[in-house]
Structures are given as C-alpha cells and as structure tokens.
Design a protein around this ligand. Structure first.
Ligand SMILES: [Fe+2]
Length: 239
C-alpha cells in the first residue's frame, strides 16, 4: 500500500450511535483492557482502504451460504434457514454487499484451537459462511442453531446462542460487525455482551424472529433477521 500523501483521501466516518455498545462497559471484562484511554486520533483513509476490495459472484459462490454441506456429512443440530435484508436508515435495500457469519456448533464449541470448552467438536461443521445480498438487499443462510457456551467474564458466565455477522460494505473501512441472538433465550438476561448495549429497544433489534412461513416441512426451522445500518432503527454494531 502506498503511503504517499496524494493517496490519502477523506474517507468514511461512522458516527457512534447511542444504541451501539460503549467502548468501556463495566460489566464486560474484556472492554476494561481494550477501551481507549486516550482521545482518539483521526486518520485519513488511503485510497485502497476506501475503494476495495470488491466482491462479486465470481469470488463469492452460492454454496458458501450453506454451512451444513461443507463436509462429508450433515452437522449435528437443528437445521435452520436464516434470512433477512440489509437496509439503510430509510428502509432502502443495500444490494451486493458481503455478509459473513461465524458461529459455534450445536454444542457451543467453535472450530478454533483456542476454544477449550469441553463440548464435542463437529467434524462436519466449520461454522463459517458468507454470501452477497441480492438486488433487494436479501440474504439467506442455511446453518444449524448454535449452542451457548461458557466464557471467562465472571464465575459461571455463559454466552447465549448467537451468530456473529459482518457487513462488509463498499470497502475495508466500512465493515460493521454485530451479533444476532435467538428469541426466548433465558441466558440473555445475564449476558454482559448483550447487556452492554445501553438501550433496551436496541437490544431487542439483535434478536431474530421465528419465521414460520420460511420453514421447510420435515427439513428446517427458520428465522428472520434484518440489519439496519443507520437511523433510529439501526442495528447496534460493535466498536
Ligand atoms: Fe461467539
């Protein structure tokens, strides 16, 4: 990447929405170390940061949206269809944007060497998928419902079942990351990640809806989760 001054241009700026979690949330241990202790320094973006990469259907294949067919057999767990739309603050769809998801398996374990939770790994489930939204901003994944898992925030802390989402946008610096939860999960009430979002209505926007119309008989349950990028109904995003 060139560092010439001529390559540096004014770029994107994300406002910190009041529904986003604060950098420092006293109940969430990890934020005590990573929250900035000094005023932020604003840097202009380089040309490459605001112009790429560009993803197309040549680089993102349709089968990458199905997390249940990446190996030799079906993963263990409840198969679900997870679909929704990516919208701007006016309800206008965002087409051709890259969505990436990652999640634990049905027992609550990630496919990662640092995950030491004593739950079974699933050789048929990597827990990673991606797709591009269509011209109406729609997306759809097939996956399995993840399980909850313990984490070291405090004694007997558990993460509710959740799926991580990344919305890439037009360039590296426009990437947004959030987590989606499931309705009726009793672990939401004690989760310091979910509860770091200060506005109750905003927290509810991170909980998907059961979508009976999208279920497939004898095959899959279905949930719906829309992502709104800005405005009063914005989906809370991690810093
Ligand atoms: Fe997670």
């Amino acid at each position: 990447m060139s560092d010439r001054a001529s390559d540096r241009i004014a770029g994107y700026h994300k406002d910190h929405h009041r529904s986003d979690p604060p950098w420092l949330s006293p109940g969430l241990k990890a934020t005590r170390l990573r929250a900035p202790k000094q005023p932020l320094v604003s840097l202009t973006h380089t040309l490459s940061e605001v112009t790429g990469p560009v993803f197309t259907h040549n680089t993102v294949q349709d089968h990458e949206a199905d997390l249940t067919t990446q190996h030799g057999g079906a993963p263990i767990g409840q198969r679900i269809i997870l679909s929704g739309r990516v919208l701007d603050g006016y309800g206008k769809p965002i087409p051709n944007t890259l969505l990436e998801v990652w999640q634990a398996n049905s027992a609550g374990r990630y496919t990662h060497k640092w995950d030491t939770y004593q739950a079974p790994a699933d050789p048929n489930f990597s827990g990673v998928g991606r797709c591009l939204t269509d011209d109406q901003g729609r997306y759809s994944f097939v996956t399995i419902k993840p399980g909850p898992y313990p984490f070291g925030n405090h004694h007997n802390a558990w993460r509710p079942a959740h799926i991580h989402f990344s919305v890439f946008g037009r360039a590296f610096v426009t990437r947004l990351v959030t987590q989606m939860y499931f309705p009726g999960d009793p672990l939401l009430a004690q989760d310091p990640v979910f509860n770091s979002i200060p506005v109750s209505r905003a927290r509810q926007r991170l909980i998907c809806d059961f979508d009976l119309d999208a279920t497939v008989a004898d095959w899959a349950n279905a949930y719906r989760f829309d992502i709104v990028l800005r405005g009063r109904e914005a989906t809370p995003m991690e810093g």
